[in-house]
Design a protein around this ligand. Structure first.
Ligand code: 5GP
Length: 199
């Protein structure tokens, strides 16, 4: 069976990358999302083992020592990591696996897995990103400014991603990611079997 592809999706808080990923999975049953481990406290709407594996700092450290992470990073005081085993299992089963992770982790994956497809989701503008963060209602102004500062840092790393998709209209952003996956599949290096019989 053909192996699946590893897809890194990053982008600033408030850009709606979670929504893009969710819509993409609804459109394409061959796409799976990797469940990360984190030390951050669970939110009321979250389920352990579904949204994240919520683990202690000690456990996180132990997983690093045992080299169980494909990548891991610190983000606003908490630690996040992608358990490598389940990702490889899903890839072997032929699923395309999405890692929805921040940029430091994204860079690690690009280094360790050069065949990974990397997509940075950007907002149409910084003003719109600020507006979306404020529109969430649950964030005070100081937090919004902190997130915008964090977003600037992430934009500095964005040029290292292979693709940049603007999330203006959700439907368009999802179609853009699908187009990327389609074009990747049509690359000559993945189509050699079509040429072999003639040669
Ligand atoms: P949140 O705490 O809001 O769920 O996520 C904060 C940030 O951590 C988001 O940018 C999210 O994409 C990123 N993140 C989630 N899981 C991982 C992971 O396994 N590794 C890395 N490097 N970042 C992650």
């Amino acid at each position: 069976m053909k192996k699946g592809r590893l897809i890194v999706i990053s982008g600033p808080s408030g850009v709606g990358k979670g929504t893009v990923v969710k819509a993409l999975m609804e459109r394409d049953p061959r796409v799976r999302l990797s469940v990360s481990a984190t030390t951050r406290p669970i939110r009321p709407t979250e389920i352990d083992g579904v949204h994240y594996y919520f683990i202690s700092h000690e456990m996180f450290e132990e997983m690093i020592q045992k080299d169980l992470f494909l990548e891991h990073a610190q983000y606003v005081g908490n630690r996040y990591g992608t358990p490598e085993g389940p990702v490889d299992e899903m890839l072997e089963q032929g699923f395309d696996v999405i890692l929805e992770i921040e940029v430091q982790g994204g860079l690690q994956v690009m280094q360790r897995r050069p065949d990974a497809i990397s997509v940075f989701i950007a907002a149409p503008s910084f003003e719109i990103l600020g507006g979306r963060l404020r529109g969430r209602g649950d964030t005070d102004e100081e937090k919004v400014l902190m997130r915008l500062q964090q977003a600037r840092m992430e934009y500095l790393v964005a040029p290292q991603y292979q693709y940049i998709v603007v999330n203006d209209r959700l439907e368009d952003a999802v179609s853009d990611v699908q187009s990327i996956l389609r074009a990747e599949a049509l690359k000559t290096e993945h189509q050699q079997h079509l040429l072999k019989e003639a040669l």
